[in-house]
Design a protein around this ligand. Sequence first.
Ligand SMILES: Cc1cc2nc3c(=O)[nH]c(=O)nc-3n(C[C@H](O)[C@H](O)[C@H](O)COP(=O)(O)OP(=O)(O)OC[C@H]3O[C@@H](n4cnc5c(N)ncnc54)[C@H](O)[C@@H]3O)c2cc1C
Length: 369
Amino acid sequence: MFCTRVIARILYVNVSRLKVRHKHFCTDAATRVSGSNCGQPSLEHKETHDISNNIQHYDIAIVGGGMVGMALACSLASMPLTKHLNVAIIDSNPALGSRPYFNKDDPPDPRVSTVTPATISFFKDVGAWQYVEQHRHAYFDKMQVWDYTGLGYTRYNAQDINKEVLGCVVENKVLHGSLLSCIENTDFQKTIYPSRLSSMTLHPSPSSLGMDSTSSKPPLSSQRHLAKLELSDGNSLYTKLVVGADGGKSCVRQLAGFKTTGWNYSQNAIICTVEHTIENGCAWQRFLPAGPIALLPMGDNFSNIVWTMNPKESTNRKVMNEDEFVKDVNNALDYGYGPHPTSSLFGSGEMFSWPRAGMPVTMCQSMLF
Ligand SMILES: Cc1cc2nc3c(=O)[nH]c(=O)nc-3n(C[C@H](O)[C@H](O)[C@H](O)COP(=O)(O)OP(=O)(O)OC[C@H]3O[C@@H](n4cnc5c(N)ncnc54)[C@H](O)[C@@H]3O)c2cc1C
């Protein structure tokens, strides 16, 4: 049984070990990408300074070296059909210029991803999962999703489908760093530009390609299919294929003129890390009236919380003290919203300790982004 009495006891027992490590606030436009300095879309080449053969030509230019861009680069590097290609990666994120280094004692990254078995297979195929396994990560084999009334809920157990795990929670910095380590340890021909895309010309004129009809380079007809990219540091390059992996506010998308439709959900999310005494092997998600709260195991007795709510609630919770916040987390996960679901699978109480108010809370940060 997911018994109130047992839960209450376990809450009490585990109270003194709880720490809220980080409390972050995301708006619905949440992303770490800062505003891009994209120019206006340009289909006509400006006849200026770039009549030169020195401008580098690439098969593929990946704009954005985040998790998606680096995953693509690793994939290209690992496949016989593509590993010979000449690839440019454009991103000013300093992480791309340094070797990934994680200190075991560093606080967990409040940004995590729940990766599915299919994603784990992808990481294994490209050779990046071995690096994930060297750092903190948490496989989970149970999942419970329920609503605020307690009437609608479901539970999954990996054993029910003859699997060992349902997925794995990994800090974004570990995923990204593992992809970087993977690409660093190949002889893939890649050039990293520590810069940002500022303009893109899809059909550069022949003269801008630095050649004429007597050039030994490929015929003009094929050169015309190149795109010219100009970077914020003044560099330019040509490429046969441009990949926009530059996040939610993609500069490539804007420069290519792709139309988008969007609307505001009027929801913010609080993200934080909690520490507890007993390893958590279950992914929990509860749907509350203003949005879901998810609690995901991270390894090393940490769990990550992503709590979606309306902006008024997030504004209030941003300024509340840590005890009050922890109490609210308890309420959101366990109290005050109808009957508790019953389960012999999840109710042992030994598996997990809810955060609890009135106890020491450390290393709490807050941020609105
Ligand atoms: C709270 C939260 C929880 C999430 N949980 C999950 C999850 O569990 N599982 C999951 O799969 N997804 C999850 N997501 C979504 C996931 O985080 C994103 O889909 C993912 O980070 C997108 O990666 P990306 O590489 O495309 O973009 P980003 O991580 O945004 O990287 C974009 C990169 O492009 C660079 N860039 C931007 N502009 C330019 C430019 N002009 N020139 C050059 N470079 C540029 C940036 O510096 C950055 O490095 C979550 C998102 C949020 C907000």
